[in-house]
Design a protein around this ligand. Structure first.
Ligand code: GDP
Length: 471
């Protein structure tokens, strides 16, 4: 309604245009920037997005070269399940606990710092590329170096390849740790051969990938691996400016019964102090206390330091940015703004179509067409579905297939459904965990069937407005 007034057309005209673009909206519904721009252009208006935005306060000045100081690398360990990621993280950690401190309480805070006589490195303590990619999806690229662990007896496995692809997609350098060298059937040459075909050519073979042979279980080669990693990172000349307000990224967060919201933040730039005001994701806060990975209380921390923080107004999410601000009012305002934006996004998402809401819209006379995305195990099923669905509908409502393909339901399918207000129909296929996650977040309706008749029947019911909601 508001947009229609601004561009001097009737609200129904705007709704009609939106429908043409496959988006079903009501007069009071929120639409996003892109859609508003699109629609306005259709009516001959140019749109300028207002820059008057409080988040501009967060845009940080570039650091001056002379303020930059060397910083420790942040390393993530990835690899196939059971190849020894967890064991290696433990071994690295133990190698680093000083004699006197051994037996002291090492806390799991999601990241820890390790110091050898060659230097210092930070290890992210959540093995696996899901965590890595989840953070990246939220815009947090924290890792400087990836160590791919391969069990030398088993060699390269599917998740080894996947991990390598994720690291490459992120543009992060890769090192290889060939683990389980204590086993009689360990075959490091085979690992090197396999990985060479994936462009990870060992230094000894004319390439530039660093390989090391270890046994996480027997504690063999761990110190050498650490030294190699630190050396490799040194070549990258990583730097950060310690003399500015701190910023970084949330690595892990939880609600602690006694202490309230607690999060581990990796400080990337600047120096963090007790009683600094900050915003992290949608929450603001004031640092009440800082602890390192050994549970020691700190007052000040610099770049490349993981630190547990108390003082959040709510529990942030892993991957959220953490930014210190000059005063509390700014932090509060940004937090309030972000929470409001999240509510708006939720409102918009709930306006997406499900079979049930489609039925309601039909009853209200708002929509005429149900958009579908079809995924099935074989092409034959797709053809059969398409043909039967084509026969459904009446003068008032019909079915439109936006996309159909053989294969499981992927995140791309879900994003397409979300963007075009469609329902996904899966026949003898399942959504990937990622797709399921995105569907939940974007409120996209995924319907799974193994009997064509059931699929047809349910969609027919939706069209006729007699659908029973699924639980
Ligand atoms: P993750 O799934 O990659 O985290 O693997 P884990 O660290 O949980 O290790 C999987 C299994 O391999 C466990 O039973 C470990 O004890 C074992 N393991 C890990 N490293 C070694 C090693 O160097 N040698 C041998 N023999 N076993 C290992």
């Amino acid at each position: 309604k508001e947009l229609a007034e601004k561009i001097n057309v009737k609200a129904t005209e705007v709704i009609k245009e939106l429908m043409k673009k496959g988006q079903m909206t009501t007069i009071n519904q929120m639409i996003d920037h892109n859609t508003a721009t699109n629609i306005s252009e259709t009516f001959g208006y140019e749109v300028e997005i207002s820059k008057d935005n409080i988040e501009d306060l967060l845009i940080q000045e570039e650091d001056r070269e002379e303020d930059l100081q060397p910083r420790a690398p942040v390393i993530t360990i990835m690899g196939h399940v059971d190849h020894g990621k967890t064991r290696l993280l433990d071994a690295i950690r133990k190698a680093n606990v000083m004699e006197g401190e051994a037996g002291g309480i090492t806390q799991h805070i999601g990241a820890y710092r390790v110091t050898t006589d060659k230097g210092t490195a930070v290890f992210l303590d959540t093995p696996g590329h899901e965590a890595f990619t989840a953070m990246r999806a939220r815009g947090a690229q924290v890792t400087d170096l990836v160590i791919i662990v391969v069990a030398a007896n088993e060699g390269v496995m599917p998740q080894t390849r996947e991990a390598i692809d994720h690291a490459k997609a992120a543009g992060v350098p890769i090192m290889v740790a060939m683990n389980k060298m204590d086993l009689a059937d360990a075959n490091p040459d085979r690992v090197k051969q396999q990985l060479s075909t994936l462009d990870l050519i060992p230094e000894g073979w004319g390439g530039d990938t660093v390989y090391s042979e270890i046994s996480a279980k027997e504690n063999i080669g761990i110190d050498e691996l650490l030294d190699l990693a630190i050396l490799q990172a040194e070549l990258m000349e990583l730097k950060a400016n310690p003399s500015r307000l701190a910023s970084g990224v949330v690595v892990e967060a939880k609600l602690d019964r006694g202490r309230g919201p607690v999060a581990t933040v990796l400080v990337e730039r600047g120096t963090l102090n007790v009683s600094d005001n900050f915003v992290a994701g949608k929450w603001n806060g004031k640092v009440r206390a800082l602890f390192d990975d050994q549970g020691r209380k700190l007052k000040v921390v610099g770049p490349s330091t993981p630190v547990e923080i108390l003082g959040f107004a709510g529990v942030p999410e892993a991957g959220d940015t953490f930014t210190v601000l000059e005063d509390e009012k700014m932090a509060r305002e940004i937090s309030a703004r972000r929470q409001q934006r999240e509510r708006m996004a939720a409102l918009m998402a709930s306006a997406r179509v499900s079979l049930e809401s489609f039925m309601e819209s039909v009853e209200e006379g708002q929509v005429k067409e149900l958009s579908l995305i079809l995924k099935a195990d074989v092409q034959g099923s797709i053809e059969a579905l398409k043909e039967s669905l084509g026969k459904l509908g009446n003068e008032e409502v019909g079915v439109k297939v936006l996309h159909s393909a053989v294969g499981g339901i992927t995140e791309t399918d879900v994003m397409l459904a979300a963007a075009s207000a469609a329902v996904i129909v899966g026949f003898n296929v399942r959504p990937t965990p990622g797709a399921r996650e995105v569907a939940k977040h974007e409120k996209v309706d995924i319907r799974l069937y193994s009997v064509i008749y059931d699929a047809i029947d349910e969609i027919k019911s939706a069209l006729e407005g007699i659908l029973e909601p699924v639980q």
